[in-house]
Design a binder for this molecule. Structure first.
Ligand code: SAM
Length: 277
């Protein structure tokens, strides 16, 4: 594939997650040669660009302006300009802004070109020693009532589970994990590619105890071993009504509880309604 910039293309450019030397030669070339850069935070990306001597016009594209900023970027792309999308660190659209822009670009017939590089989830998994043949990436745990449902779904999840967590929520999350899925092997991949990089591979109970003694610091990827093959579903011994009540007790509306129950059992919502009636 040619590395020449294509007019009217959207480049989705991964940037380092700590160690700036992890930027790729291709990323530097693309960032230097596109017409403009769309960045999650112009200040953060400005530091990266300055390090590589790149002077370029930058526009903001972040979670709360993605609709209006996205429309402007799409118009520029349609007019033939090339754009590189970057986020503060890692791969755009992976728990970061970018998904809608790529979706809208595809819909408008704009060519979307990935420029791969660092991604914290894959970086952590690659060195964790955990089963990487079958894994699921959850991103950040939701902070609303659907969190319970995501945690409950992990009880019978056999694939390795990867998610991101902020340090100030880590203690609570470890407790919730322990209360929901019990004690499992966990890898806390901390400060990847940075001076204090650390892989803490232990049991959830031990990780909980560790952070009772000190506060979590830095950035974390959590990797949890999948459920053993003979793991039961938590709802195996519940009737349909008890299963729905389980979610209502966790704070879901009746409608959402029915949906969650149907999803767990792999059946249509209607069959749960009928059973309840
Ligand atoms: N798009 C990014 C990627 O490709 O990894 C992720 C962006 S998300 C907003 C930021 C989260 O990724 C952090 O809260 C942390 O969980 C994880 N993360 C990013 N950099 C990291 C690092 N150097 N070490 C460990 N985790 C990191």
């Amino acid at each position: 594939m040619s590395n020449e910039i294509e007019n009217g293309a959207l480049y989705v450019v991964a940037t380092p997650i700590g160690n700036l030397s992890d930027i790729t030669e291709r990323a530097v070339k693309i960032l230097s040669e596109v017409d403009f850069i769309a960045a999650e935070d112009t200040r953060v990306s400005g530091i990266l660009l300055a390090k590589f001597g790149i002077k370029k016009s930058i526009v903001n594209y972040f979670e709360h302006n993605k609709k209006t900023a996205g429309q402007k970027i799409i118009s520029e792309l349609i007019s033939g300009k090339s754009c590189a999308l970057v986020t503060d660190a890692g791969t755009p659209a992976i728990s970061d802004p970018g998904t809608e822009l790529c979706e809208n670009a595809h819909s408008a017939g704009i060519k979307v070109i990935p420029v791969p590089g660092a991604c914290a989830a894959i970086t952590a998994l690659s060195a964790s020693g955990f089963d990487s043949r079958r894994f699921v990436f959850e991103g950040f745990l939701p902070q609303d009532s659907s969190k319970e449902q995501v945690l409950s779904s992990l009880i019978s999840e056999k694939r390795t589970v990867i998610f991101y967590e902020a340090p100030h929520r880590l203690k609570k999350t470890l407790s919730e994990l322990y209360d929901t899925i019990g004690d499992r092997r966990i890898c806390l991949a901390r400060e990847l590619t940075k001076i204090n990089e650390e892989f803490i591979i232990t049991q959830i109970s031990e990780a909980k105890a560790l952070y009772e003694q000190k506060d979590p610091r830095g950035e974390y990827v959590l990797i949890i071993e999948g459920a053993p093959d003979n793991a039961e579903h938590f709802w195996d011994r519940l009737s349909v009504a008890e299963h729905v009540d389980f979610y209502i007790d966790k704070g879901l509306s009746k409608m959402d509880a029915i949906k969650a129950c149907a999803k767990d059992r792999g059946v249509p919502k209607n069959s749960i309604y009928k059973e309840l009636i």
